[in-house]
Write a protein of this length. Structure first.
Length: 229
């Protein structure tokens, strides 16, 4: 009887386990890399947007630098865009009325064309406000110069006077009230009309400018004079 012997099964060599482990690790690493690549792909457009934002920011910086470098460049507050704050509105009007008495109303054409109800007209206040700041820049700003002062006299002031005369020169307090009995007596020195109304106007413009403007305060009928009878 012939006895058949099964050949021995091949045994892995000393480095076979390490080879299998390395292959599995490489496969896992490949999967991780592929997953990372898929996650990063949507971000590829971000770098382009960042470059665009950086370019726009650079252009904005250059534009601001160019504006501030111009002679006489100065920021003026806007009455039309003033914050809804009664104290701010009151301070702006106080400063404006002081300047008007000291400078603006010294010019006869300005005094003759300014309506007594000037502060009831937001566009008139806006004109006077920027004109005051243009005067400050021309005479007291860091870039103050004879040229700026000349431009203020030759172009800025006459333009404001002309526009105020056109839009409100024939207006009066009577057009803003529904009752009789008020008076306005000018003094020898320049006097800003309706100074007594600055407080109510500041309260209106600072807190409820979308409502109708407050009526001017009335004075006793006995003091109105023949002019309004």
């Amino acid at each position: 009887m012939v006895r058949v012997t099964r050949p021995p099964e091949p045994q892995p060599g000393p480095g076979a386990g390490a080879e299998f482990a390395s292959a599995a690790a490489l496969a896992g690493l490949a999967r991780e890399v592929d997953g990372l690549r898929r996650s990063v792909e949507p971000l590829s457009a971000v770098s382009g947007r960042v470059d665009d934002l950086a370019r726009l920011m650079g252009q904005l910086v250059d534009a601001v630098a160019a504006l501030t470098a111009r002679p006489g460049a100065v920021a003026a507050p806007s009455w039309l865009m003033l914050p809804a704050d009664e104290q701010i509105a009151g301070r702006v009007l106080d400063e404006l009325t002081v300047w008007m008495a000291a400078v603006y109303l010294r010019y006869s054409d300005a005094a003759g064309s300014l309506p007594e109800c000037w502060c009831w007209h937001p566009d008139v206040v806006e004109e006077l406000l920027w004109l005051m700041h243009a005067w400050c820049a021309a005479y007291h700003g860091t870039q103050a110069s004879v040229a700026l002062a000349g431009d203020w006299h030759d172009r800025s002031r006459p333009g404001v006077v002309r526009r105020i005369r056109a839009v409100a020169g024939m207006c009066s307090r009577e057009n803003h009230m529904t009752r009789d009995g008020w008076d306005h007596t000018p003094s020898g020195a320049p006097e800003v009309p309706a100074v007594d109304a600055v407080g109510p106007i500041a309260a209106w413009w600072g807190t409820r400018r979308d409502d109708p403007a407050p009526e001017p305060a009335a004075v006793p009928a006995s003091t109105t004079g023949d002019r309004y009878r």
